[in-house]
Design a protein around this ligand. Structure first.
Ligand code: ADQ
Length: 456
């Protein structure tokens, strides 16, 4: 079997499964079984002009190879084009995007440098799997150096329709570079359609449902919904650490119901809109006063990108306002915790919560939705309230779907969730758990690798 080479912005962690997200675990699993190399950024930023030293490390059958980037690359590539331009545009937030040409130049030149570092490490039989928006032009750069390997790409975030994509200066260059891949994978059918539409409308291409053909070049375009390891997450939820968290919460809650939100502090996650809907629930359905409480866990991320700096303040202000309006001696409507938890603790928090609130304004998939469902006690499961704009909504038909921009509509759904009878909760949970088992992390990478092998 050929060696697998995974390229992603962040490499690892490979050991601490208690800390790693579901995705890192899935990638490690794929690498372990096939043996492989994981290549990417070390996470280190060095002084201007000193970038690019290759560091390697062996861990069983997995080799890690990382390079540092310097301050200017960090600003133009990582905190620049990747997270100030592509992230907001792909999440339909043109108002937050920056379109400076120096960011664009930084993005392409870092891709070139990563390709130049990776190319000599490739053996003749390697298969390369590139992840996410940081590295869209990587295959084109590798091909220009002579790489003949099968190279696949997977996008973890949404792909925008051409009308929105067109806001990117030199968008044609970025899209044409994508044709250097053999397989391009998306989370949902909606993303695949948006991607293909660009080539049909702008490049005179054709698409037969699987193969995209543009100027004689054929690329396979597929849908591979990212998943979790549901059995492992169920075990986490039954672990002593999870039970300890659950008991701590039950002590505070008494017989009140808890609604739970867990997200990176990111404007795409719709946390402010969620707080507003919760406020509307208390206002419109006052029987919930002193009956329900919202716990929001949101560790900071990308805090050096301006658009992220004010989110926390906005949330604190809103929670303070709502708590000021309604709190009682023994009841606080909203509790906000801005730190990360171990995965076992998180599973316990999910299990103790009657409603899982996953209400992003846009999201590629959203693994929290799946983790919440997996963690539930099947005899007395909670309800998932899910944004229609999360990729997860395409398959999870047991969730209560909401439009997070519609505060009243979301509040109505929250009311339905907190009053849902046990029978209906069980029925919806079973339907969702089946989907989560079918679309597992393992199924994600095995089906992707099978398709990649067949597409060159
Ligand atoms: P993210 O935007 O990071 O991922 P998500 O899919 O929800 O979003 O994954 C977040 C992960 O971080 C989950 O495993 C969650 O449990 C964990 N996490 C969040 N807050 C935490 C906390 N306070 N403590 C501990 N763990 C926490 C991107 C895309 C998504 C896509 C994934 C995978 O934006 O749409 O689903 O990649 O493809």
């Amino acid at each position: 079997m050929s060696r697998l080479v995974v390229v992603s912005n962040r490499v690892g962690p490979i050991r601490d499964s208690a800390r790693a997200g579901g995705l890192a675990v899935a990638i490690v699993d794929a690498l372990k079984r096939r043996g492989g190399l994981w290549f990417g950024w070390s996470g280190q930023v060095t002084e201007e002009g000193t970038h690019g030293r290759l560091k390697t490390e062996e861990a069983g059958r997995i080799s890690l190879a990382t390079i540092d980037i310097d301050q200017s690359d960090y600003e133009t590539f990582y905190a620049g084009y990747a997270n100030r331009t592509l992230w907001p545009v792909f999440h339909y937030r043109l108002d937050l995007a920056r379109f400076d040409r120096d960011l664009l130049r930084g993005y392409w030149s870092v891709n070139e440098r990563f390709a130049a570092r990776l190319f000599p490490l490739l053996g003749p039989d390697d298969t390369v799997w590139v992840h996410d928006y940081h590295f869209m032009p990587l295959a084109a750069k590798l091909r220009a150096m002579g790489a003949k390997h099968p190279i696949g790409f997977f996008l973890h975030i949404p792909f925008p329709v051409p009308e929105v994509l067109a806001s990117l200066p030199r968008w044609h260059d970025l899209m044409r570079a994508m044709l250097a891949y053999d397989l391009i994978g998306f989370q949902t059918e909606r993303d695949r359609q948006a991607f293909v539409r660009y080539f049909l409308e702008e490049e005179g291409g054709s698409f037969d449902g699987e193969w995209l053909e543009v100027n004689g070049r054929r690329v396979r375009v597929g849908v591979f919904p990212v998943g979790i390891d549901p059995q492992a997450f169920r075990r986490f939820a039954a672990s002593p650490e999870a039970e300890r968290q659950e008991q701590r919460m039950r002590q505070v809650l008494g017989d009140r119901l808890q609604l739970i939100g867990v997200d990176r502090l990111d404007y795409s996650k719709g946390i402010v809109q969620r707080f507003e809907a919760f406020g509307r629930l208390l206002e419109q359905y006052p029987e919930n006063l002193n009956r329900v409480t919202l716990l929001q866990v949101a560790p900071p991320s990308r805090s050096d990108v301006e658009a992220y700096a004010d989110i926390r303040e906005g949330l604190e202000r809103f929670a303070g306002h709502l708590n000021g309006l309604y709190a009682d001696i023994d009841w606080t409507p909203i509790r906000l915790i801005v730190r990360a938890f171990q995965r076992r603790a998180l599973a316990g928090i999910f299990r103790a919560s009657r409603v899982g609130l996953v209400t992003p304004l846009r999201d590629g998939m959203n693994l929290v939705a799946k983790e919440y469902v997996a963690a539930q006690d099947d005899a007395d499961p909670g309800v998932l309230v899910l944004s229609r704009f999360a990729g997860a909504a395409e398959a999870l038909d047991g969730a209560l779907l909401v439009n997070p921009y519609d505060t009243d509509g979301t509040a109505e759904m929250l009311q339905r969730a907190v009053t849902m009878p046990l029978e209906e909760r069980r029925d919806r949970w079973r339907r969702m758990f089946e989907v989560i088992e079918r679309d597992s992390a393992e199924n994600w990478w095995t089906s992707y690798m099978t398709a990649l092998r067949a597409s060159r």
